[in-house]
Design a protein around this ligand. Structure first.
Ligand SMILES: Cc1cc2nc3c(=O)[nH]c(=O)nc-3n(C[C@H](O)[C@H](O)[C@H](O)COP(=O)(O)OP(=O)(O)OC[C@H]3O[C@@H](n4cnc5c(N)ncnc54)[C@H](O)[C@@H]3O)c2cc1C
Length: 61
């Protein structure tokens, strides 16, 4: 018989969506594991700016 799970949520992918989701779940005190397949961050930036809808989300959270 398996014991209780160690995590409430497992997120696969540490991109912006996974990281944001992990932060929001953490704020709700949910024990979250985030799994990312790449060991190193991208060499080049993947963003030149943050769009207004994203800023609204950051402000709400
Ligand atoms: C050159 C470039 C410039 C950009 N500039 C902007 C910008 O200026 N502003 C903006 O708002 N957006 C920009 N974007 C878009 C933005 O990068 C994407 O919208 C955003 O990265 C999508 O986030 P995501 O978390 O959905 O996916 P991703 O960023 O693709 O993240 C998914 C993650 O999941 C991981 N993964 C996949 N499969 C697995 C698996 N089986 N197990 C574990 N991990 C896994 C991947 O390695 C990756 O790290 C740009 C994109 C590019 C390519």
């Amino acid at each position: 018989m398996a014991s209780s799970p160690d995590y409430d949520v497992i997120i696969v992918g540490g991109g912006p969506v996974g990281l944001m989701l992990g932060n929001l779940l953490g704020r709700k005190n949910l024990n979250t594991l985030l799994i990312e397949k790449t060991a190193v961050p991208p060499a080049e930036s993947m963003a030149i700016g943050v769009t207004p809808p994203s800023l609204d989300l950051f402000q709400m959270s």
